[in-house]
Design a protein around this ligand. Structure first.
Ligand code: GDP
Length: 468
């Protein structure tokens, strides 16, 4: 089985020269564009040039098996996304076993008495969802739209609906806080209908479940609704063969190094395999399930923690299995090079834009350093901050990182006149705060994206009073 370079160029719509470049990067030598390259290599190259290249291998004949749905929780701030996830997590497999992973690892599995299971992504909100999507990771199968029964449809409810629609992901509505005396679920239903959601009870296909996260009421109904929705979607995945997976969360462990929580989309991930993870690479040293138990294999929709990646990947990064360390390293080098080129290009564009707009007015630059608890949050915060960009404002994210704000962040902030944003992290050491004060560097700590954006918006206005 093989494919000539010309054929690959035709199928990917990419030029022969750039394909040849990538082939060199993965350590393949092709003398003529008519020489056959193996399907595995062709697929690797295809993956490098397009975010969404269909597998060149025919999946025909591949054994497809039913897989659990992967679910994201979205909704307006304070409507109970976190509480609902907490309540669901308590019914999860890990919570039932002592010694389960209690840390935030980005996903958990709820197993039903019937044997079916549901995988929940543990980062609520559409910022994380869209950050993943922006990186080409279509991980979510179903969105749970949380709407507080006492508050009704709010701006971020509509935003979440828009995100789900754009991603073509079906919604299951959870009307939360139904325990409250002021709850009015009927009103919420009417609001949702008038926003264009066709609810099941009105003859549509969107299921609605009334719940109380606090009193743990209706959680089983919600889980049933999700499984029903999954059944309608007939979710299946290839189980055999090389895995294709996504990172949903990554963190640095003192002893074990970079750890990534990953969800396999198709195939099976095997301990010992060489992988490319976004622009990082490594060899899988250990796979752990959500209970922290070491396992050899990970199949579709099963969240696992992977150890052995050499750098810290980002949420949304794809995981590709390759057949040698050499190839993994080369792919990583190639991707890093391209990322750096893109970064420089963006930086230059940013500079040009800051140098003036059409009206000759200056574009205000707001350099920001972002620190947060986990990689997924870093990305969500970064994306949210970039939404403040406008013809007058350029939010320049000069550095991002996981963990508390450190002296080196302060040094960097001083060097580039940046302010430091801390999200969902504990306060910095007092020595760091003092250093920041001495250098007149602003440190802003937040736990709600909404508040963060308001705050930074104010900073921008203070910097350039003419701006709105
Ligand atoms: P998020 O911003 O959407 O993640 O919302 P949270 O989960 O942080 O909840 C916001 C507030 O609503 C908190 O004070 C919760 O205790 C409260 N809350 C969440 N779910 C319920 C519920 O089912 N009933 C009641 N009465 N309060 C709830």
């Amino acid at each position: 089985e093989g494919m000539a370079l010309v054929e690959l160029a035709k199928r990917t719509g990419e030029g022969i020269a750039s394909l040849q470049n990538i082939l060199v990067n993965v350590g393949e030598k092709v003398d003529s564009e008519f020489d056959p390259i193996s399907i595995d290599v062709a697929e690797l190259v295809a993956m490098e040039v397009g975010a969404n290249v269909r597998r060149l291998h025919s999946e025909e004949g591949a054994k497809l098996e039913r897989r659990p749905p992967v679910v994201t929780v979205m909704g307006h701030v304070d409507h109970g996304k976190t509480s609902l996830l907490d309540a669901l997590r308590q019914t999860s497999v890990a919570a039932k076993e002592a010694g389960g992973i209690t840390q935030h690892v980005g996903a958990f599995v709820v197993a039903m008495p019937s044997g079916a299971s549901i995988t929940f992504l543990d980062t609520p909100g559409h910022a994380a969802f869209s950050a993943m999507r922006a990186r080409g990771a279509a991980v979510t199968d179903i969105v749970v739209l949380v709407v507080a029964a006492d508050d009704g449809v709010m701006p971020q409810t509509l935003e979440a609906m828009a995100h789900a629609k754009a991603a073509n992901v079906p919604i299951v509505v959870a009307i939360n806080k139904c325990d409250k005396p002021s709850a009015d679920p009927e009103k919420v239903r009417i609001q949702l209908c008038s926003e264009g959601l066709s609810l099941e009870e009105m003859g549509g296909d969107v299921q609605v479940v009334e719940v109380s996260a606090t009193n743990k009421i209706g959680l089983d109904k919600l889980e049933e609704a999700l499984l029903l929705q999954a059944e309608l979607m007939d979710l299946k995945a290839r189980v055999d063969g090389p895995a294709h997976a996504y990172v949903v969360e990554a963190r640095l462990d003192r002893g074990r190094g970079p750890l990534a929580t990953a969800i396999v989309r198709s195939g099976t991930l095997v301990c010992g395999q060489h992988i490319v993870v976004g622009a990082e690479w490594g060899r899988i040293r250990a796979i752990r399930d959500m209970m922290g138990k070491v396992t050899e294999l990970a199949g579709p929709a099963m969240p696992v923690e992977i150890e052995g990646i050499r750098g810290l990947p980002m949420a949304g990064d794809d995981i590709t299995v390759v057949d040698s360390e050499e190839r993994a390293r080369m792919l990583s080098v190639g991707r890093k090079k391209r990322l750096e080129e893109e970064r420089l290009k963006n930086l230059n564009e940013g500079r040009m834009e800051t140098s003036g707009t059409d009206e000759g007015t200056e574009r205000v630059e707001m350099p920001i350093i972002v620190k947060a608890d986990v990689q997924g949050t870093v990305q969500a915060v970064t994306d949210a901050l970039k939404s403040l960009n406008s013809p007058q404002v350029f939010v320049n994210i000069v550095h991002t990182g996981v963990g508390p704000i450190s002296q080196s962040d302060v040094d960097l902030a001083q060097a580039c006149g940046a302010c430091i944003v801390g999200f969902n992290i504990r306060n910095p050491l007092s020595s760091v705060i003092q250093a920041a004060n001495r250098a007149s560097i602003k440190i802003r700590q937040h736990r709600v994206i909404y508040h963060l954006l308001e705050d930074i918006g104010d900073l921008i206005v203070n910097k350039a009073p003419g701006i709105n």
